[in-house]
Design a protein around this ligand. Structure first.
Ligand code: ZN
Length: 279
């Protein structure tokens, strides 16, 4: 039966306790939350860190503490962000990858005006360095796509040998400054990626549920969690990230598919057979 991978993005860089008191922010909170999500069927944990004031940080000690706590509890695939702190340098955006060698990390394949108030900057120089660092440390890129141009940009890095195929894409729809979270946009973007690529999708805001249904129907994988949505339903805050994962798992089963375990996700994403050099 067809397997669907659930990624949980527990924290992100922006939501605070005042937006949802149940959002995990410290390494202990994030690790405990990821464990609950794993029990409900999440196979990948997409991680962001916060500093002691709750702001997004690329502090590699925070990443290390969190990743070690998670690894001591379950076999979920670790997927670290490479962004979310506007003051980070190219080097600090990659330092935790070298340090921890997570199985996956985000690779944001272009720049964008972010939330109408800042620049989401991923320069050509950074993308080359990030891709090389991922190759050297055997980290599989999750190519995040906010609009169609970023897909074409990814083809350039594939051609240069900086991104390897089959590639894995994450369609991030509904961010202010990127493509809206509509089923039509998802169908269009999915039509642009190569046939051998794997992909997942998420919707920020009210497009979250339609996009989840559409991704399941189109043969994709899905991402849920408070990085993307602090509301579980209209006017109802999420009680936990595990609640989002449990709903995603129910929908997958209702669609006559199966929730992929971390081991099955490693097969689907070809994480086990990756080598540091060579195709
Ligand atoms: Zn993220």
């Amino acid at each position: 039966m067809e397997k669907v991978i659930i990624t949980v993005a527990t924290t992100g860089a922006w939501p605070q306790k005042e937006h949802n008191p149940n959002i995990p922010l410290t390494p202990q909170e994030i690790a405990a939350d990821v464990y609950e999500c794993w029990k409900e069927g999440a196979a990948i944990a997409h991680l962001h860190m916060r500093d002691d004031q709750g702001r997004g940080t690329m502090n590699k000690d925070k990443f290390r503490e969190t990743v070690e706590l998670i690894r001591s509890k379950c076999d979920i695939i670790i997927n670290c962000t490479t962004s979310g702190d506007l003051n980070a340098t190219d080097e600090t955006r990659m330092a935790h990858l070298i340090d921890l060698k997570p199985e996956m990390a985000s690779y944001d394949c272009g720049s964008m005006n972010w939330m109408h108030n800042s620049l989401f900057l991923n320069t050509p120089q950074f993308l080359e360095k990030l891709g090389q660092t991922m190759l050297e440390n055997n980290v599989k890129p999750e190519i995040e796509i906010f609009d169609a141009g970023m897909i074409y940009n990814s083809f350039y890095y594939v051609k240069k040998g900086i991104l390897r195929t089959p590639a894995h894409y994450q369609f991030v729809l509904g961010a202010d400054g990127g493509s809206a979270a509509t089923v039509e946009n998802l169908v269009y973007l999915k039509s642009l990626i190569p046939k051998d690529a794997t992909w997942s999708a998420l919707g920020i805001g009210k497009g979250h549920i339609p996009l989840m249904y559409a991704a399941i129907a189109l043969g994709g994988h899905i991402r849920v969690g408070m990085e993307d949505n602090v509301y579980y339903a209209k006017n109802r805050l999420a009680k936990s990230n595990a609640e989002f994962v449990a709903r995603a798992a129910r929908l997958i089963k209702e669609a006559n598919k199966e929730v992929a375990s971390p081991a099955e996700a490693r097969e689907i994403l070809n994480l086990k057979n990756r080598t540091i050099t060579g195709e």
